[in-house]
Write a protein that binds this ligand. Structure first.
Ligand code: AHR
Length: 328
C-alpha cells in the first residue's frame, strides 16, 4: 500500500471506531447497576492473558475505562491463554451476578454453553478484541480490529516488495484457534496468491517473544540461509525471532526481511532501527468504546453490533515519526 494512502487513512494513537454492523437489540435489564441511575456498574472482564506488549496496552486501556471514577467496579481475570480458565472465569462472573460481562476470547470455539448461561441469567455479554464462531444472538456487540485486513495489508507489502522474485517465507502464527491467527493467515495468503513467495514453514509462536525465538531457531536449523522472509503475526514473536536470527549470524531486515503486526513501541523501534521492514497496526486502545457500549446496553439503548477500530501501517520513516508520541 502506498505511504500517502496509509497515512491519510489513520490518526496516530487514536481509536477511531467505524460502526459497520447492524444495530443490536438493546434489551438488557439494568438490574440496578447502570451509571445512568448513579449506581456502580459491576463488570467482569475475561482477558486472554498477558502474552504480549499489545495485550498489556489493551489491559491498561480497559482498566482505565472501567475505573471507579467512571462508575464501574471491574472484576478482572487473565486466563493465561487457556480456554478452560477463561470459561471458568465467565461462569464465576455469572455466579457473582455481575451487571455485564466483557470477553476477549482466547479461541473462537467452545462458547455456546457458557454464553447461553449468561443469557439465561440476563447478563449481557460484550466481546472485545477477538471474535467467536458462535451465534451472534449470544452477545450484544463486538469491538475490535479487522484481523483479516491486517493480514492483507502485511501480505500486500510482501507482494509489492518480494512477490516477483523467488522468496522463501516462514510464518510465526499466533495462538492456534484464535481469531487473529486464523484471520491474519487468511488475509496474508490471499494477498500473496499468484506471487513467487513460497511458504517453507508455518508454526505457532503463541504470540510470545519466548516462543517466537524458539520456533525461529527451529526454522533456522532446518532451512538456514534459504529463508528470505518472516511473517510474524505479532510484534513480540518478531522481536523474539530477532535474537535467533542474530545468533545464526544473519542480519534481520536484510538477510531475512520481516513484516509484523501490532505496532507497539518496541515493534516500531525495531522498524526504525532497520531490523523489521514493515509493521501493520492493530490498535489495542479499545477500553473507552467498550465501556460506552456496556453503559449503553445497560441503559437499554441500541448499539452497533460490530465496531471496528481504524488501523494504519508503518514503513521505516513513518515509524521514526510515530515513535516520539506512541502511546503503547
Ligand atoms: O488479539 C490481538 C492479538 O493478541 C495481538 O496481535 C497480539 O499481540 C495479542 O496477543
Amino acid at each position: 500500500m502506498k505511504k500517502g494512502i496509509i497515512a491519510g487513512l489513520a490518526l496516530l494513537g487514536v481509536v477511531a471506531l467505524a460502526a459497520t454492523g447492524c444495530s443490536g437489540a438493546a434489551d438488557a435489564s439494568n438490574k440496578g447497576g447502570s451509571g445512568s441511575n448513579g449506581k456502580v456498574i459491576t463488570v467482569g472482564f475475561a482477558q486472554t492473558g498477558s502474552e504480549s506488549g499489545w495485550r498489556s496496552a489493551n489491559t491498561e486501556s480497559m482498566k482505565d475505562a472501567f475505573s471507579a471514577k467512571n462508575g464501574f467496579k471491574l472484576i478482572f481475570n487473565a486466563a493465561d491463554n487457556k480456554p478452560e480458565n477463561q470459561i471458568a472465569a465467565v461462569r464465576s462472573f455469572i455466579n457473582q451476578g455481575v451487571d455485564a460481562i466483557v470477553i476477549a476470547p482466547v479461541v473462537t470455539t467452545g462458547w455456546d454453553d457458557v454464553l447461553k448461561e449468561a443469557k439465561d441469567a440476563d447478563i449481557p455479554v460484550i466481546l472485545e478484541d477477538r471474535t467467536i464462531d458462535g451465534s451472534s444472538d449470544l452477545y450484544k456487540a463486538w469491538i475490535g480490529d479487522d484481523f483479516k485486513k491486517e493480514g492483507e495489508t502485511a501480505g500486500a507489502w510482501a507482494k509489492t516488495n518480494l512477490g516477483d522474485k523467488a522468496t522463501n517465507m516462514v510464518v510465526l502464527e499466533g495462538t492456534t484457534g484464535s481469531a487473529p491467527a486464523i484471520d491474519r493467515s487468511t488475509g496474508f495468503s490471499s494477498a500473496i496468491s499468484g506471487t513467487q513467495i513460497k511458504t517453507l514453514d508455518s508454526q505457532t509462536g503463541n504470540f510470545t517473544r519466548a516462543d517466537g525465538k524458539t520456533v525461529m531457531e527451529g526454522f533456522l536449523q532446518k532451512y538456514g540461509k534459504d529463508i528470505n522472509l518472516l511473517f510474524a503475526q505479532n510484534d513480540d514473536m518478531g522481536l523474539g525471532a530477532l535474537d535467533a536470527i542474530k545468533a545464526a549470524g544473519l542480519t534481520p531486515g536484510k538477510d531475512i526481511q520481516i513484516v509484523t503486526i501490532d505496532g507497539t513501541h518496541d515493534g516500531l523501534q525495531a522498524l526504525a532501527d532497520g531490523q523489521f521492514n514493515y509493521v501493520v497496526e492493530c490498535n489495542p486502545l479499545l477500553g473507552p468504546t467498550v465501556a460506552k457500549t456496556v453503559k449503553d446496553v445497560l441503559a437499554g439503548k441500541a448499539v452497533e453490533k460490530k465496531q471496528t477500530a481504524t488501523d494504519q501501517a508503518f514503513d521505516q520513516e513513518q515509524a521514526k515519526q510515530a515513535l516520539p508520541t506512541r502511546k503503547y
